[in-house]
Design a protein. Sequence first.
Length: 124
Amino acid sequence: MHTIEADYLVVGAGAMGMALIDTLVTETEARVVVDRHHAPGGHWTMAYPCVRLHQPSAFYGVNSSRLGSDTIDQVGWNRGLFEVATAREICAYTTASCGSPGCGSGSWAPPSPSSPPPPPSSMS
């Protein structure tokens, strides 16, 4: 078993985990993320392709990296409203954000398939 020492342990790289990590690495030397999924993004990594945000893209994500272009859609069901990102766009965004200055400059590493995380009941 490999032991990692950490001042902060954020389990999960979903929206809230990414936001906290973004702040921690901006204000501290923190650089480790633990997540059971193959990429950052939380449930978006498993969402159906047709799923979109339920709010404008500009309101979602981490402070150090903007999601979307803050434009108003000109066609389609969202015409006249600010753009809303798709699951694929959110996954690309969260992966790219982990390489941004506010998210640890490439600190994301997927878990090793040979060493799955312990079940929640064994964590203390």
